[in-house]
Design a protein around this ligand. Sequence first.
Ligand code: SF4
Length: 359
Amino acid sequence: MRFSDGRLTPIWDKVRAGARLTAAEGLILLETEDLLGVGRMADHAKRRREADRVYFVINRHVTPTNLCVLSCTFCGFARKKGEAGAYEHSIEDMVAMVKDGVREVHIVGGHHPEWPFEYYERMIEAIHHAHPEVQIKAFTAAEIDYFWRRWKIEPKEALARLKAVGLRSMPGGGAEIFSSRLARLLKYTGKADPERWCEIHGIAHALGIPTNATMLYGHVETLAERVDHLVRLREQQDASGGFLTFVPLAYQVATTKLVPRQTPPADSLKTIATSRLMLDNFPHVEAYWVTLGEETASIALNFGADDVNGTLEDERIQHLSGAETPAGVAREQLLRMIHDAGKIAVERDALYNVVQVWN
Ligand code: SF4
């Protein structure tokens, strides 16, 4: 392989040999102008794991409330009580949202000022009871940490109780960017810091609850902060081993306007490719079509991503933050995204069991 940036040649030698990349090499991958060079290396790493397979799931997002005690600067989703657009769903409403054919329900919401932990427990129990065949992926590490801050329920107890009533896996949100500088600047010091976020994922893994991980990029973070985030995730995966998927989330500018415009597709592609190359111990890297747009997500399937998430039906967090993609898509649209990239579409469940291969 020839590169326009000579710094990529020794990195390619390591990628081919399956050797671990350093933080300094990760920074080169994000800095270089040779987007196609980075993409081809990531595609090689992806193919070695999954050949031409790309996964998707028929899923449903349930967002119990947008009331939140915090006010993170990048968030266009949260509301205070009485504010226009604030909402709270009843458990009955949430049970009714899950329709036949859904394999995974994804539950994430604001840090509600009053709902007791038992409300969340009843929520999972009711959904599981009504839809025992649906796998429930619920509550970020930030929410689990909030149960401790608000109700003094230790994460180990919270997760064990939630697992007992039907929780199967955890989403990867709340990580934002692992940087104390950004936590202060963007006012998310009130939520789980990197050590706590990783600790809670480690606890989940020890309890047999697989989880995902995210990174919010494309705002005021530095490239070095992105690399540091990836290295910390890789270390946590070495320690506890239960991460399934890494999901890079492109910041949506809309109302919060930390930067004048959304990060360009080339930056997203390079970030996805770098993630695939740095996270050598993560089974999957996702091209989340909601924040990327369907076209960029499709292209990302040749830049190291092997998953496009799912149908979602009613995505709210990114859309209240300004995402212009639809709030959900049909299976046919996901198949088109994957087939347009020249890949084999594999329908999965929340735990990556294969449901059907769509050639
Ligand atoms: S990002 Fe999460 S914790 Fe922060 S304000 Fe929004 S909903 Fe609340």
